[in-house]
Every structure is written in C-alpha cells, then in structure tokens.
Write a protein of this length. Structure first.
Length: 262
C-alpha cells in the first residue's frame, strides 16, 4: 500500500471539505445549526493529517525493520527514524527532487524504493557511488582498486537461529561499522535477477564486479550472506531514494536499543 498517496488523498478530501464549508456551506446554514457529520469530521481531522503529512514528507518518517539483512546494525523489529531532507527536498507522492542538499556517501544506511517494486521500501548500506568500480570477490570488498579495510572482531550469535557468524569491523569512507560473514556459505551468489544495466556487472564463482552507472547506487546489507541486495537485483536509481536512517526509537523485544544507531 502506498501510504504517502493515501495520506495525500485524505489531505485533499478533508481540505476540500473544510474549504467548501468556509466559503459556502457555513453561509447557508441556519444560525446556531449544528454542522453535519460529513463536515464536522473532515474539519476536525484536516489539521492533524496536514501536520502528519508535512512531517512525514519533508522531515522524518518512521520505519520498522522487517528482516535480518542489516544485522548487527539493525535488528528485526527495530523502529527507526529516517531523515527525509538529508539528500534533498522531494515532492511527496511523486518523489521528485526539487532542492539538492547532500549526496549519499559510502557507509550511509539508506531507505529506498525497491527497484523491482517501488511500492516496497528497502533499507541497506550505501557501498558504491555513481562511477565507482566495485568488486565483491571471495567476500572481500574492493572499491576503485582498493580493498576496503576489514578487521575481525570475534563471533556474533544469531539468537533466532542459534548460529554463530564471524563479526568484522569494516570502514567505508568516514563510516566504521560492523558486518557479519557466514564462512560456511560459498562466495558465489546462488541466484541473480535480470535487472536493468546488468551488463555493467560480471559474475563468477568468486562473487561479482560492477561499474556503477551514473545516477545509481550499489547497496548491500551488513549481514552479507543473508541479504538480497544490489548483488542480486541491481542498482538503485537516485529517483528511488527515500532518506537516511539515523535513529532507533523502539524495539518491543530489545528496549535497550533506544538511540543505539545514528
């Protein structure tokens, strides 16, 4: 469901009823007569919907993490906030950028519309920028000919699977973050979709190498062997960007996670 479109539709309907009442219906009601419900309710909800619409469209938007692809940075059930203006001001619903502010940087955790189905929002880490030559071979990330710094940091327990994965610290640009690797999984990808601009990528038994097209980004999950990301379904167009994730505000199962991510 396109919640932004639904919210915009409700805003238009309640706003139209409020405006019509102000310029027409109110003048034709008998003095002291009660407003009919079909005027009273829209007028009551209009300011609330307007505030929510403006906040959600231009400032921050809440999301819930549905999968484990970003473990250990984000856990299943985390409720996060996404900054909607970091990468520029966009018109609601059509998501067209009208004001440039910042460009995504390597290491950012970004929410975007899934290229295969723009009605679905995904969250991954920005790994490759437009024009980058990126390779993920034998589970090592190389960008423009340089290996991304990686250091082992012990083991990490996946509680839901009772499984230990190798925990590493990776540095992408100015961002240092944790990733997980499953040493029992092969380097080759089990499947790859026929995505637009797939000709920019070369796949082999060791992984994938891509040249990222202009206006596109390469996204990967921090749980590297348990993430369906740009390695599988391709590049994310700039037009699909929603915003930058920056804050965990709740998790029903892990109350201590409040504010742990930025």
């Amino acid at each position: 469901m396109n919640f932004a479109l639904l919210l915009f539709s409700l805003l238009v309907v309640t706003g139209a009823v409020s405006a019509l009442d102000a310029v027409y219906f109110r003048k034709h009601r008998a003095a002291g007569a009660k407003e009919p419900w079909w005027i009273e309710y829209p007028k009551s909800f209009f300011p609330v919907i307007l505030i929510v619409f403006l906040l959600r469209s231009f400032l921050v938007e809440p999301f819930k993490i549905p999968s484990g692809s970003m473990i250990p940075t984000l856990l299943v059930g985390d409720f996060i906030l996404v900054n909607k203006y970091t990468y520029g001001i966009r018109l609601p619903v059509i998501n067209k950028k009208i004001i440039d502010i910042n460009e995504p940087e390597r290491g950012d955790v970004m929410v975007f519309r899934y290229p295969d189905d723009p009605s679905v929002d995904y969250i991954k880490r920005v790994v490759g920028l437009p024009g980058d030559k990126l390779a993920y071979q034998n589970k090592r990330l190389t960008i423009n000919g340089r290996e991304v710094p990686l250091s082992e940091n012990g083991d990490y327990l996946l509680k839901d699977k009772i499984q230990y994965l190798k925990l590493y610290t990776e540095r992408l640009g100015k961002t240092e973050h944790s990733i997980l690797l499953d040493t029992t999984e092969p380097a080759a990808l089990p499947y790859v979709k026929q995505f637009p601009l797939r000709g920019n990528c070369i796949y082999n038994n060791n992984g994938v190498a891509c040249e990222i097209p202009p206006g596109h980004y390469f996204m990967m999950g921090d749980n590297r062997d348990n993430s369906s990301d740009s390695r599988v379904w391709g590049f994310v167009p700039e037009a699909n960007i929603v915003g930058k994730a920056f804050f965990i505000w709740f998790n029903f199962g892990e109350l201590r996670r409040f504010g742990q991510f930025k």
